[in-house]
Design a protein around this ligand. Sequence first.
Ligand code: E4P
Length: 247
Amino acid sequence: MRRVGAASDSNNLGSMKLFIDTGAVSEVEEIASWGVLAGATTNPSLLAKEDGDPGDIIRRIADLVDGPTSAEVVSATAEGMIEEGRALRELHRHVTVKVPFCEAGLAASRTLADEGTMVNMTLVFSPNQALLAASAGATFVSCFMGRLDDISVNSATVLEEIVDVLRARDLESQVLAASIRHPEHMVTAAALGCDVATVPAKVFHQMLSHPLTTAGAAKFEEDWKSRPEFGEWLNGLVADHKAKGGS
Ligand code: E4P
């Protein structure tokens, strides 16, 4: 598959930002501690699974990721979406208003974007929808990979077309790969030049694991332990560093 150039040309695989896709603060705490998160996405279904005040949850997640945190409107009208979006953005400086793709969503996106609010246009499943979302000022255009695959539409093909269409128009919107179900979706999204992928905690854990990493670490440990004096040497090195006031 052809690699599509993202905003910069050289290393697409390394330039895709990672958001966490969840309403669970405990999951954000865990993955944020890895130092890999640049933002978060929630949606009504994810928040509906959680106990507690949704506003507190969104604020806590935004604090933890210290980056764009999507909170979704649920009104059916543009006026309602705009009102909800204005209220949601007051929750935290990192709140990005998530708006569902539809006529009302486009109108709401334009108004909110013109007011300086970041909008994440969600439920985008085609390049034409992406073009409309970007033209309505959305900062993020969320293409749902898993849900496309669920109906036997090749999500990689659609995502590639979306990246192509937005880059060809030189639109500033960021392509966000959503509905990520497994690590292979991540590799595809990165290779196609997506700007962001929003990832469930389960997939972060799947990305972490590799049997050769586990085996390699066990072998290093075993070999080091075969030379106890080397362990003492390293402990001494650390102690000296601390004694000199090192952090
Ligand atoms: C994120 O913004 C989306 O709401 C989420 O990725 C949807 O994922 P799902 O299709 O697994 O529900």
